[in-house]
Design a protein around this ligand. Sequence first.
Ligand code: PLP
Length: 416
Amino acid sequence: MDLSRQYAEARDAQDPIGHFRARFHIPDGHLVYFDGNSLGRLPLATRDRLLDAIEREWGGDLIRGWDTWIDLAGRAGDVIAEGVLDVAPGEVILSDSSSVNLFKLASAALDANPGRRVIVTDDDNFPTDRYVLEGLAQARGLQLRVVPTDIDEGVDPARIAAALDDDVALVCLSHVAYRSGALADMVAITTAAHRVGALTLWDLCHSAGSVPVPLRQSGADLAVGCTYKYLNAGPGAPAFLFVRRDLQARLRQPIWGWFGQRDQFAMGAGYDPVESIERFQVGTPPVLGGYAVLEGARITAEAGVANLAAKSAELLRYTLRLNDAWLGDRLTLATPSDPARRGSHVTFHHPQAWQICQALKAAGVIPDFRTPQRLRIGLAPLYTRFVDVWEGMARLRDIVDSGSYEAFEPALGRVT
Ligand SMILES: *Cc1c(COP(=O)(O)O)cnc(C)c1O
């Protein structure tokens, strides 16, 4: 194995999507950014689009801007549908946050399956998912059946299957695990859920823009996901939701807002929702955030999810090889070792992971810390280079070799 920086540079020179990095605002060449899976970088096209939308559209057009803004959530949804999730236009729309969309779609699914008393999820699902489901189960007097999951190996389809019976209304899981990056088997789990007549709701926050998502292949029913991670739409940008076409007219979400209403500006007396994906909207959509999603999703679509996933897998393999060569067994892999079971980030376990994270930040490397004692390295494929991996891992090696991380405060900060 060639451990030289020149090798990393040569890999970058051969990277078929390497040129996409130039499409991002990257003011600090020394910084190694391993956190694109928490907040993606700023695309130049987004900066330009937002400046124009602020000055010309908001500043100049004023209320007339709504002629073009009114269907922005659907237009951006279509780019995500076709270019990111490989489903049909009209099956995805921007709306609210992932948490709120999860509530809306889970409620709709429970209403569509009356008489069934159980929601299935796993104990390692993202906190907001667990809380939303817990609240729904409590409010409706349902049982939340929480399947145990190994935090490093990810969801076991056999355990989920064993938790299914005729009383299950909904199965709600993350496709890529936020901590370990483990990829759940969407096809196997969706098939098992459908066999007992349950609906499936997938959280795609760590999948959209990093791995192929087999919504169509699995026949999955519902999904939500955020846009500020691999889709690079910026802090607090609106989330997306997916409802399979044939379910749209049948499902009703619990928040009856005017953006779901048929003939919205008739200002009619009673709620009568459209039959299409727009019925899952609630109120006025965030236009500036919507433009950021549109531009971010376009870049992802242009690069192609298959190319992005292939590059992620290569970056991840390279990270592991450098780790083996330079750090031996001082860090423990906390991500599945099978490449087919991984998303686009890699996680290591170390008893002093928090201090190592602080030392890395001081050395110009931004990773993520996740409890318990996990160091998470995100390899967002649109702009992360092999040479970034080389630099980041070299700085990590120096920190661990020298023990310099011992000088950092062991108590956790408020935001990790
Ligand atoms: C980031 C993330 C979320 C965030 O939800 P918000 O409502 O946008 O705060 C939800 N689920 C998963 C799996 C995530 O990774």
